[in-house]
Design a protein. Sequence first.
Length: 331
Amino acid sequence: MTDQTYQPTLSQLRAFVAIAEYRHFGTAAARLAVSQPTLSQALAALEHGLRIQLIERSTRRVLVTAAGVRLLPQAIATLEAADRFVASAAGDGLAGRLRMGIIPTVAPYVLPELLPALGKRLPVLRPQIIEDQTARLLDGVRTGLVDVALLALPTDIPGLIEIPLYTEEFVLVTPRGHELSGRSDLSPSALDSQPLLLLDEGHCLRDQTLEVCRLAEANPVDVGDTRAASLATVVHCVAGGLGITLIPEMAVAAETARGTLDVVRFAAPAPNRTIGLAFRGSSAHAEDYEQLAAIIRAHRPGRGALSGRGEDVGDCGRAGVRTRPAPTGTG
């Protein structure tokens, strides 16, 4: 039975949460900027005080026990409350560590401008960037291991609040001189019988591209075993003549800078996606995330000039409000 007089320290709770998050003592210690023995001692003191095993550790892996899974959300909530207390004393809503998940088809294009802006506007904030696929980020948000995620909406996950940020169109990228090059009025049906390159399974852009084809009743050609985990790799394959691909407007400048590609645009209304923030409805940081949303809108690349038709969702963006239709999927 747990000693009712025992009071865990914040350091002990941070050790437990970090180990549960990274499932690796060395990584958790590095993230908390402490030595591994210090981390192990903090966890041991917490488990001894609670008289419960929270973490199982072997030579091969680290597991969270059933008791650990049950108590983890409360540990995270306690740490968040402590961070809010410190932030309130400093007069800043967004302060301390912010675990921000971002999907791979957004992170490389948003972060170069966003991180310096956050450093200037919110100097007491310590962003921790987690780049991952949509499903894992949403799981992290649900379990409390990710505070807020920047991804494609809607998520269709009960209990999450969504703040739409902007809508961006998809464009077609082809090798130089392709039969579709030079078009600005393309129909998605033109993808029929084309060798379409896709990101690997699990990437939301893959699902969105397939949805565009489905809605247009287009059947692209199977490109075989070509697989790519990043948009940059897909674009390199296009430049090498292996096929064509769809990319979001925000990625155009970075991914076509090498000059060996043609960008083809769709007729209006073009296929598009809405990017926004998602966080737990139980979070006390809703107003803070509105502030974060405003900063992202103000500092995203190509603001107000995406295809000449890109749209900021603006202040109407609350809980799935949309200004334009987007391909379905999980973001």
